[in-house]
Design a protein around this ligand. Structure first.
Ligand code: HEC
Length: 403
C-alpha cells in the first residue's frame, strides 16, 4: 500500500532512536515530552469521528486513524495536512455559501489538533488501550434513513483491475417501476469504499441530477418535502469515479430509493449552466471561462454539483438579484478534481425571476512542463458545467430558462 513507504520511514526513525538508550535517555520514550493537555482519547478522537472516519478506518479510502496506535505515527503528517487544508478534502472557501455537507475543520478543531501534534501527541489512555478506538466508529454501510422502498443493483459485474488508473464509468440502471412514483430521497452504498471517489445519479430521460455520493455524503440533492416524478419503465444513469488500485476490487454498489405516497408541495426541476468549451494552450495558467444564466421564474436552489474536469484550478458561483444584491454562492479555491463533491445548501435559497447566476472557472494546462507536479493533461478544451438542484411549487408549470 502507498502509505507503507511513509510509515516505514517513521518506524525506521523509531528504531534509530531506540538504539541510543545509553547516550540519550530522554529520546527513548517513543511518545516524547508532553506539553499539551489535548489528548487523542478525548478531543482528537471526537474530531476524527466527525471529520475523518468517513475515509480513515479499516477497509476504507485511506489508512485507519481510529486508534491511538494507528494515529500516533501520523501526528506530524496530520498537522501538516490540516494546516495546508489538504485534509479533509473540501475545496469550498468558508463564508461563501453555507453547506450541510461541509466537512472542513473549524478554527478550534485545527488548533486542538495542532496543539496535540506539537505537544507530543499524548494518548490519554492506558497503554493497554492504545489499540482500541476511544469513540464509536460510525457504520459506513447500511441505510441512513431505514430500509428504502426499492433497492437497485448498480454496476454489479464492474471490476476495478489491479494496478489500474482512475477512471469514470457511466452505467444505466432500469428503475423497474411499473407505475410513476414520487422520489423523495435516495442513497447509494458501495461494496468496496476504497475504490470509489464519487458517484452522481441522473434521471435518464430529463437529465435531472438526483444527487452525488461521496465518502462523506451518501446522497440526495433534494431537501425534505421536494420530490421528483420517476416515470414507469424509466432508467437512471449512475456516473462513478473509480480510484486506481493495486489489488483487483469490486466496483459494485446498491442504489436505494425512498418514495412518497402523495404528490409533494414542491417538485424538483433540472437546471444546468454550462459554457462552450474553451481551449487552453499548453503552458497557460489561470485561463478564465465564464458563463451566466438568467432565471425566468422564481427558483429555489437546494444544491450545486460542479463538473469542472481536469485542469480546473478554481471556480466561483454568484447570484446577482434583480435588486442589485450580489450573493456569493460558492467559491472553490485550490480545487481538487480528485475529490469532487456536491454542495448542499444548509437552507435552500429562493431567487426571484430575473436573478442572474454566474459561473467563473479558471483552468491551468500545464502541458509538457507540469506545474504543481501534475502530469500533462490529455485534454485541452475545458468546459465547466454546473448543475443546480432546484424546486418549484408543484402546481406551477416548469420554469423556462433564458440563457
Ligand atoms: C473524503 C475522504 C477523506 C477524508 C474525509 C479525510 N481524508 Fe485523509 N486521506 C484521504 C485519502 C484518499 C488519502 C490518501 C492520499 C490521497 O489520495 O489524497 C488521505 C491521506 C491522509 C494523510 C496522509 C498524507 C500523507 O502524508 O501521505 C493524512 C495525515 C490524513 N489523510 C489525515 C486526515 C485527517 C486528520 C482527516 C480529518 C480531519 C482526513 N484525513 C479526512 C481521504 C480522506
Amino acid at each position: 500500500m502507498w502509505w507503507k513507504t511513509r510509515l516505514a520511514g517513521v518506524l525506521a526513525l523509531g528504531l534509530v532512536v531506540a538504539g541510543w538508550p545509553y547516550f540519550q535517555p530522554e529520546a527513548v520514550s517513543t511518545h516524547g515530552r508532553i506539553t499539551t493537555s489535548v489528548v487523542f482519547n478525548r478531543e482528537v478522537s471526537q474530531i476524527f469521528q466527525k471529520k475523518c472516519f468517513q475515509c480513515h478506518t479499516e477497509a476504507n479510502v485511506s489508512m485507519s486513524l481510529t486508534t491511538y496506535k494507528d494515529a500516533r505515527p501520523w501526528a506530524v503528517a496530520i498537522k501538516e495536512e490540516i494546516l495546508e487544508k489538504k485534509m479533509p478534502p473540501w475545496s469550498a472557501v468558508n463564508g461563501y455559501g453555507h453547506f450541510s455537507n461541509d466537512v472542513s475543520l473549524t478554527a478550534r478543531e485545527v488548533s486542538l489538533i495542532t496543539s496535540w501534534a506539537d505537544g507530543g501527541a499524548p494518548s490519554g489512555v492506558l497503554l493497554a488501550d492504545e489499540d482500541k478506538p476511544a469513540v464509536i466508529i460510525p457504520s459506513l454501510s447500511g441505510w441512513e434513513h431505514g430500509e428504502p422502498n426499492t433497492v437497485l443493483a448498480v454496476a454489479a459485474s464492474e471490476k476495478v483491475a489491479a494496478n489500474s488508473q482512475d477512471r469514470t464509468s457511466r452505467i444505466e440502471v432500469a428503475t423497474g417501476l411499473t407505475q410513476a412514483k414520487w422520489l423523495s430521497s435516495m442513497q447509494l452504498n458501495f461494496t468496496d469504499r476504497r475504490i470509489v471517489r464519487y458517484a452522481a445519479v441522473y434521471e435518464l430521460r430529463t437529465g435531472q441530477w438526483l444527487g452525488t455520493w461521496t465518502p462523506t455524503h451518501p446522497v440526495s440533492a433534494m431537501p425534505a418535502g421536494v420530490a421528483i416524478q420517476l416515470p414507469a419503465g424509466g432508467k437512471v444513469a449512475v456516473e462513478i469515479g473509480y480510484r486506481g488500485t493495486f489489488e483487483e476490487a469490486s466496483g459494485a454498489g446498491e442504489l436505494g430509493f425512498y418514495f412518497s405516497a402523495d404528490k409533494p408541495a414542491q417538485v424538483a426541476s433540472p437546471l444546468e449552466i454550462s459554457a462552450a468549451a474553451v481551449t487552453v494552450a499548453a503552458g497557460k495558467t489561470r485561463e478564465r471561462v465564464r458563463t451566466e444564466l438568467t432565471l425566468k421564474a422564481a427558483t429555489t436552489a437546494a444544491a450545486l454539483w460542479p463538473s469542472l474536469g481536469a485542469g480546473a484550478a478554481s471556480v466561483e458561483v454568484t447570484a446577482l438579484r434583480p435588486d442589485g444584491v450580489v450573493e456569493p454562492l460558492l467559491w472553490l479555491k485550490d480545487y481538487r478534481p480528485d475529490w469532487p463533491s456536491s454542495y448542499v445548501f444548509k437552507e435552500p435559497i429562493t431567487f426571484p425571476a430575473g436573478t442572474r447566476l454566474t459561473v467563473t472557472a479558471y483552468y491551468d494546462n500545464p502541458g509538457s512542463t507540469p506545474l504543481r507536479a501534475q502530469p500533462a493533461l490529455s485534454v485541452t478544451a475545458f468546459r465547466p458545467l454546473l448543475r443546480v438542484a432546484t424546486a418549484r411549487p408543484a402546481s406551477r408549470p416548469a420554469a423556462s430558462l433564458v440563457p
